[in-house]
Design a protein around this ligand. Structure first.
Ligand SMILES: Cc1ncc(COP(=O)(O)O)c(C=O)c1O
Length: 430
């Protein structure tokens, strides 16, 4: 158990001790409490403590906990049929889900269902190679795309994730991701770096795909400058490269738009969705333009992908999104951004506040001039959060991500903002 935080909670401690002796040593549990159940945006631990969840199972629990419509959809589908293997049978909920996703992303896309973000990225890599017959990929430093050998070859957020697992899939090249706060490295300079790669190491006509998060998640909730995705689109068009948007964390309404790529009016060739799609039930959807669907039957597959219960949960989630939760993400996100920006003016160590919708990053620095990272302050804020009933998750080395359920109420958003204000002021004054 690697939690850096502590709380006086005996029942949780006992379970965590059992956890420590049975579970893989690779697991990195962040929090010192064991959750018993949840309702709305609130979680209760086995000791009876309540917390407002400002990270939603890492941007997964779109509709919060025990949403009656999701529970009903899951119960009804589980009572009908829980698995069919889509290599063998078509299932109606899965087809209905593909049709609903096309309504949001575009009628000229097809859908491949998997079980996780990583598996979606893996499928996107395979499709990009298969379709283009090209060997190389480009991704960005700071990115997180998953941990299987292919996805890990793209991931470049923390070298610890790669350490000990080489050699990874060959032919992946990385360019820096724009970081408007830390380095005023504009999108233009990143594009120059891509040209540099094309000139010195990676012939563009041999690049199958550029994989990009429209907002970097694990890397620190970093929002690139406006137009960055457009620029990538132009480069891809120029060289026949597929633009692959990893919207595993940004997608399905989290930013207030269905896809974060929409902020730049960009249509990727391939979009990968997962996390928030089914309110916690495992599923991923790889959506790709009709004309690149050149792989034949059996070229790719998976046993559990598009499981009927997960598909039913996803359909219920989309109903809730369409009936106001996506708009709510925009409204509550603007409120939280406003409150955090007002706080930033009072706390010099709160160096940057950025985000879209309910995907907000708070970056902590030693001072606003040096912008030196301040992970200790970030950790202090997280610990105080727990003591005040707020679950806050880190992103990158020294930022906090706010990624609550998209059904966050006005009252809950106010509680979160008031508590953040109080604990950040307290942590920064020490
Ligand atoms: C942007 C992004 N891509 C891919 C993944 C991998 O998804 P999963 O953990 O579901 O395999 C993640 C997970 O955090 C992610 O944030």
């Amino acid at each position: 158990m690697n939690s850096n935080f502590s709380l006086p909670n005996q029942k949780s401690k006992a379970i965590l001790e059992r956890y420590a002796s049975s579970m893989s040593t690779s697991n990195a549990v962040s929090f010192p409490m064991v959750i018993s159940h949840g309702e709305g945006c609130w979680l209760t631990d086995v000791d009876g403590n309540k917390y407002l969840d400002m990270m939603a199972g890492i941007a997964v629990n779109t509709t919060g906990y025990a949403h009656p419509a999701v529970v009903k959809a899951v119960q009804e589908q589980a009572a009908k049929v829980q698995h069919l293997c889509f290599a063998v049978f078509a299932s109606e909920p899965q087809v209905a889900l593909a049709e609903r996703l096309k309504k949001h992303v575009g009628q000229d896309y097809r859908v491949f269902f998997g079980n996780s973000g990583t598996e979606g990225i893996e499928a996107a890599m395979k499709l990009a190679r298969y379709h283009t017959k090209r060997p190389y990929f480009i991704a960005f430093t700071g990115s997180f795309h998953g941990r299987s050998m292919g996805a890990l070859s793209l991931t470049a957020s923390v070298s610890k994730y790669r350490k000990g697992f080489g050699n990874l899939v060959p032919g992946v090249f990385h360019a820096p991701y724009p970081q408007p706060y830390k380095y005023p490295r504009t999108a233009e300079m990143v594009l120059e770096h891509l040209e540099f790669l094309f000139k010195h190491t990676t012939p563009p006509e041999e690049v199958a795909g550029i994989f990009v998060e429209p907002i970097q998640g694990e890397g620190g909730y970093i929002v690139p400058p406006a137009g960055f995705m457009q620029d990538l689109r132009s480069i891809c068009d120029k060289h026949g490269i597929l633009l692959v948007a990893d919207e595993v964390q940004t997608g399905v309404g989290r930013t207030g738009q269905f896809l974060a790529s929409e902020f730049d009016n960009v249509q990727p060739d391939i979009v990968v969705l997962a996390k928030g799609l089914a309110s916690g039930y495992p599923i991923s959807a790889v959506m790709f333009k009709e004309h690149i669907s050149t792989w034949g039957a059996g070229a790719h597959g998976t046993t559990f992908g598009g499981n009927p219960v997960s598909s039913a949960a996803a359909l219920a989630t989309l109903d809730i999104l369409e009936n106001g939760a996506m708009e709510n993400a925009r409204v509550q996100g603007e409120y939280l951004l406003g409150r955090m920006r007002a706080l930033q003016a009072r706390v010099p160590q709160l160096g940057d506040v950025r985000g879209r919708g309910l995907m907000i990053g708070l970056e902590f620095v030693k001072d606003p001039v040096s912008k030196l990272e301040h992970p200790e302050l970030r950790d202090r804020v997280q610990q105080l959060g727990l003591e005040h009933g707020l679950i806050l998750l880190g992103a990158g080395s020294h930022a906090i991500r706010l990624a609550p359920p998209l059904v966050l109420t006005t009252e809950d958003a106010k509680y979160a903002a008031d508590t953040l204000e109080k604990i950040i002021l307290e942590a920064a004054s020490h």
